[in-house]
Design a protein around this ligand. Structure first.
Ligand code: FAD
Length: 441
């Protein structure tokens, strides 16, 4: 006898959505996660999202609903509720080695919105729980076996193994998916890089810039260490920020960058009265996406099949579509093939590998210019402030938006404009060749 219709391994944004949607449609479902608590996020709690603009071929329309916000997925046709209002952010900065910076602002439409990930988790978990999902927490799935009609997982809860069976399994176990490794579903995916990221959420930061995100790069900002740091406004208070590093292994580099930046670097005075309210870290694998995100009775949704990240918003979309298509598969239809078409049609890097490169260019393009050239460009941008009604500022299009703003300036020599065009057109082979390289003086 089979225990569940569906087991969902991993209860992050994609897994929780899949669990709730399946239970809502009458399916007997079990959600398993190694975390002890499913209504909380493990990473620092603040996040950004792209609303009322296309991202991964979906436009999420916002509708304020009292103190809450309804998020309508207009293409996929479903709605989730965020239990608060959502702040839009209108300014974005890049800050170089020597202190010069580039800034772009929008006047009409925010570049992106902020959310509190804890609030997302508690809303989604509460909803899924009400729909009747069974959950097993503090449980690690460490073996998976399947035959024609079922999947058996071996799950360890506080040191004790148990075997649980299901007809279909949804692997929503994130970027470094163990299930993808165990089942051989990663075969054919190309590995590009592995890097640590460390995050601090800090309150009491005295930042003189307009409320926006700041990408700091250049060795002077980090005491000679190679890396970059993204500082994002946090939805908690106006003086709180999330600081996130981008660096090379070993993992300790992330914390070293943060400590130098906040205590000794050129901007340390912003943090003299600040306190760390949250800390987290992750090792991120960059591998090409799965093209066919299923194997037998197992469907891979969200980051488990992705290049880099789906982001919460698109992981939620993948979870919803994963549930809809798994239901069809349970009914004997070709649901997993339908999901594969959705995966390829919506997530841009599945069919167009250049979009993987575009996703990384914001942090990579500076490697193609010397520090003197960056200073020249950033100083010019102070002369011609970049203020637009709205901008293409998703990770896919941010670098092109920035580089095109320089290409439009008469003072920029043609040779540099050509170099910018080369970066705009660059594919993954070109971009991955500069990962981890030092910048010229
Ligand atoms: C540093 C950093 C910053 C980010 N910032 C943002 C942001 O600002 N905005 C945004 O939208 N996105 C952000 N992301 C990306 C976002 O977190 C992911 O895209 C999203 O969480 C993917 O959702 P998921 O459900 O597919 O996977 P995950 O959220 O990774 O969830 C996977 C779940 O599976 C569980 N699990 C894994 N293996 C097992 C196992 N073997 N057994 C049992 N349970 C298991 C994990 O505990 C976890 O709960 C960020 C990511 C990182 C690393």
């Amino acid at each position: 006898m089979i225990d569940y219709d569906v087991i969902v391994v991993g209860c992050g944004p994609s897994g929780l959505m899949a669990c709730g949607e399946l239970a809502k449609r009458g399916v007997k479902v079990l959600g398993i996660d190694k975390k002890p608590q499913l209504d909380k996020n493990l990473r620092t709690v603040s996040g950004y999202c792209f609303l009322d603009q296309p991202f991964n071929n979906e436009v999420i329309r916002t509708e304020p609903n009292g103190s809450k916000t309804k998020l309508h997925y207009s293409e996929c046709g479903f709605t989730v509720e965020y239990p608060d209002s959502m702040e839009g952010v209108y300014h974005t900065y890049m800050v170089a080695d020597s202190g010069t910076y580039w800034k772009a602002s929008t006047t009409k439409k925010p570049l992106y919105h902020l959310f509190d990930a804890d609030k997302c988790f508690s809303a989604r978990f509460g909803w899924a729980h009400k729909k009747g999902v069974d959950f097993l927490t503090e449980t690690l799935v460490h073996k998976v076996a399947q035959d024609k009609n079922s999947v058996t997982v071996t799950a360890r809860t506080r040191g004790k193994d148990s075997k649980i069976t299901c007809r279909k399994l949804i692997a929503a176990d994130g970027l470094n998916s163990r299930i993808a490794r165990l089942t051989g579903a990663n075969a054919g995916r190309q590995f590009f890089a592995k890097g640590p990221t460390m995050e601090y959420e800090m309150a009491g930061v005295e930042c003189p810039f307009d409320r926006g995100d700041m990408l700091f790069f250049g060795k002077k900002n980090f005491g000679g260490m190679q890396g970059a740091l993204l500082m994002l406004p946090s939805p908690h208070t106006n003086d709180s920020f999330r600081l996130e590093t981008i660096s090379m292994l070993p993992a300790s580099n992330g914390e070293k960058l943060l400590e130098y930046f906040t205590r000794e670097g050129p901007y340390a005075h912003w943090f003299k009265n600040a306190e760390i309210i949250d800390k987290s870290g992750a090792i991120v694998d960059l591998i090409s996406p799965m093209i066919t995100p299923y194997k037998g009775n197992i469907l891979f949704v969200g980051d488990s099949a992705a290049f880099g990240e789906c982001l919460y918003q698109s992981a939620t979309m993948a979870g919803y579509m994963g549930a809809v298509c798994t239901l069809k598969e349970l009914d004997g239809k070709k649901g997993f093939e339908e999901y594969t078409r959705f995966w390829g049609d919506y997530f841009e890097w599945v069919k167009n590998s250049k979009r993987m490169a575009d996703y990384l260019k914001r942090t990579m393009f500076t490697r193609y210019f010397s520090i003197r050239e960056i200073d020249f460009l950033f100083n010019l941008s102070r002369k011609y402030p970049i203020v637009m009604e709205q901008a293409e500022a998703t990770p896919y299009d941010y670098a092109a938006m920035l580089l095109q703003s320089f290409q439009a300036m008469d003072e920029v020599p043609q040779e540099m404009k050509d170099q910018m065009q080369m970066i705009i057109d660059a594919d993954m082979a070109t971009i991955s060749s500069v990962i981890g390289k030092n910048q010229e003086a």
